[in-house]
Design a protein around this ligand. Structure first.
Ligand SMILES: Cc1ncc(COP(=O)(O)O)c(C=O)c1O
Length: 366
C-alpha cells in the first residue's frame, strides 16, 4: 500500500467552476474573487477578507497595512515556516522571536514579554499545524505593549479558539492556499481577514499596485501585483464549501491515530483539543528521538512523512547570515525541530490507510 503525506482534492465540480470562470469572467478581479472573499469572511466571522496571490503576500500586506515599516521589529515564533518572518524581513522589518512552548508547539506567551523591545511594533503568532496559539494571553501582552497582532493562520483554516475562528483573533489574520493546505485554490493563493476598515482598504489597494479606488492609473500608495486570479477564486469557492466536512474528517482521523499510537515506543502525541481549542490538523505531527530512522522505515513501506521543520527560522542560513542568530537562542524550537515528524493526514484518508500507517509505525518499534 502507498499512503501519501497529503492528498489535495480537485473534483469535477471544481474543474467546472474554473472552466466557467475562464469562459465567462474577467481573469483579474472577476466576480468569483469577490464572491470567494465574501464566503471566506463569513466562515471566519470577520467583516472583510481580501484575497491575494499567496500566504506570504497576505502576511506582507497585513503587516504593512497595520503600520509596520522598515526598522520595526515583528515578534513571531521561530518554530514555523520561513515565510512567517520573510514577510516583513523582505521589506526591512527586523525579526524578533519568542520561543515555542512544548505543550502546543506555538509561541509561548511567557517568552513573548522578553522578546519585546523598543523597536517592536507587532506580534505574529502562528497556529502551527492548525492548532490555535494561546491568543488571549498573546493579545493581552500585545495590548499592554501597544502592539498590533497578525495571526499567521496559513495552516489553520476553520480552526476554533474560544468560540471564534482563526483569522478573527487579532488585528488581521493571514491564510495560505498552497496545494497541501486544508483547502487550496488550484494554485498559489492567500487571504487576509480583518474587521478593520482601514486595514482592508489598504490591503485591497496594495494588492492592486497601490491604485486609488475607482481611478484610472492613479497610484497614491506603494503597492504590488498580489491579486488572486479569478480562476483560482472560483476553485476556492468550491473548496471552501467542503472545508467544514474536511476538517471534521481530519479531526476524526487524528482521534484514531491518537488512540492507536498512544504509548507506542517513545512517541509523543500531538497537542490535544480542549473545550476552547479546536485544531484542524493541517498536519498530524508526532515527536520521537528516532525520527530519521522512523522516516526511512516508513518511506520504505510506502508511507509518506514530512519533517516540518528541521531548521527553525532563526537558524536558516539567510537568518544566520543577516542577523547572526546562533544555536541555543531558542532551545525549545530547536529541540522540536529535531524531533517532529508528520505522518499522512488528509480529509479522505481511509480507515485502511490509517491502520496501515499505524501498523508500520508499530512494526518500527517492534
Ligand atoms: C505557517 C506558514 N506561514 C506562511 C506560509 C506562506 O504561505 P505561501 O506558501 O502561500 O506563501 C505558509 C505556507 O506555505 C505557512 O505554512
Amino acid at each position: 500500500m502507498k499512503v501519501p503525506i497529503a492528498s489535495p482534492v480537485m473534483t469535477e465540480k471544481m474543474i467546472e467552476a474554473a472552466a466557467n470562470a475562464l469562459r465567462n469572467e474577467r481573469l483579474t478581479l472577476g466576480e468569483s474573487v469577490f464572491k470567494f472573499e465574501e464566503a471566506f469572511a463569513k466562515m471566519c466571522g470577520t467583516k472583510y477578507a481580501i484575497s491575494v496571490s499567496s500566504g506570504t503576500a497576505a502576511l506582507q500586506l497585513a503587516v504593512q497595512a497595520l503600520g509596520v515599516k522598515a526598522g520595526d521589529r515583528v515578534v513571531t515564533s521561530p518554530m514555523s515556516f520561513v515565510a512567517s518572518a520573510n514577510s516583513y524581513v523582505a521589506f526591512g522589518g527586523l525579526p524578533g522571536f519568542a520561543d515555542a512552548s512544548e505543550s502546543d508547539f506555538n509561541m509561548d506567551p511567557a517568552k513573548l514579554k522578553d522578546a519585546i523591545d523598543g523597536k517592536t511594533k507587532a506580534v505574529m503568532p502562528v497556529h502551527l499545524y492548525g492548532h490555535p496559539a494561546r491568543m488571549d494571553e498573546i493579545n493581552e501582552i500585545a495590548r499592554k505593549g501597544k502592539l498590533v497582532v497578525i495571526e499567521d493562520a496559513a495552516q489553520a483554516h476553520g480552526a476554533g479558539y474560544k468560540g471564534k475562528k482563526a483569522g478573527n483573533l487579532g488585528d488581521a489574520g493571514c491564510f495560505s492556499f498552497y496545494a497541501t493546505k486544508n483547502m487550496h485554490v488550484g494554485g498559489d493563493g492567500g487571504m487576509v481577514t480583518t474587521n478593520d476598515d482601514k486595514v482592508a482598504d489598504l490591503c485591497q489597494r496594495m494588492r492592486h499596485c497601490g491604485r486609488q479606488k475607482g481611478s484610472n492609473y492613479v497610484h497614491d500608495i506603494m503597492g504590488y501585483t498580489y491579486r488572486m486570479g479569478t480562476v483560482n477564486a472560483a476553485v476556492g469557492i468550491e473548496q471552501l464549501k467542503m472545508l467544514p466536512e474536511w476538517n471534521e474528517k481530519r479531526r476524526a482521523a487524528a482521534k484514531v491515530y491518537d488512540s492507536k499510537l498512544k504509548g507506542v515506543g517513545d512517541l509523543v502525541l500531538p497537542p490535544q483539543p480542549t473545550k476552547d481549542v479546536h485544531p484542524v490538523y493541517h498536519l498530524y505531527t508526532l515527536r520521537t528521538k528516532k525520527r530519521y530512522e522512523l522516516k526511512a522505515f516508513l518511506e520504505q513501506r510506502g508511507v509518506g512523512v514530512g519533517l516540518n521543520y528541521e531548521i527553525p527560522i532563526h537558524l536558516q542560513p539567510i537568518y544566520r547570515q543577516m542577523f547572526g542568530f546562533k544555536e541555543g537562542a531558542f532551545p525549545v524550537s530547536e529541540k522540536l525541530c529535531k524531533e517532529v515528524i508528520a505522518i499522512p493526514m488528509f480529509a479522505d484518508i481511509t480507515p485502511e490507510q490509517i491502520s496501515y500507517v499505524v501498523d508500520c509505525v508499530k512494526e518500527f518499534y517492534g
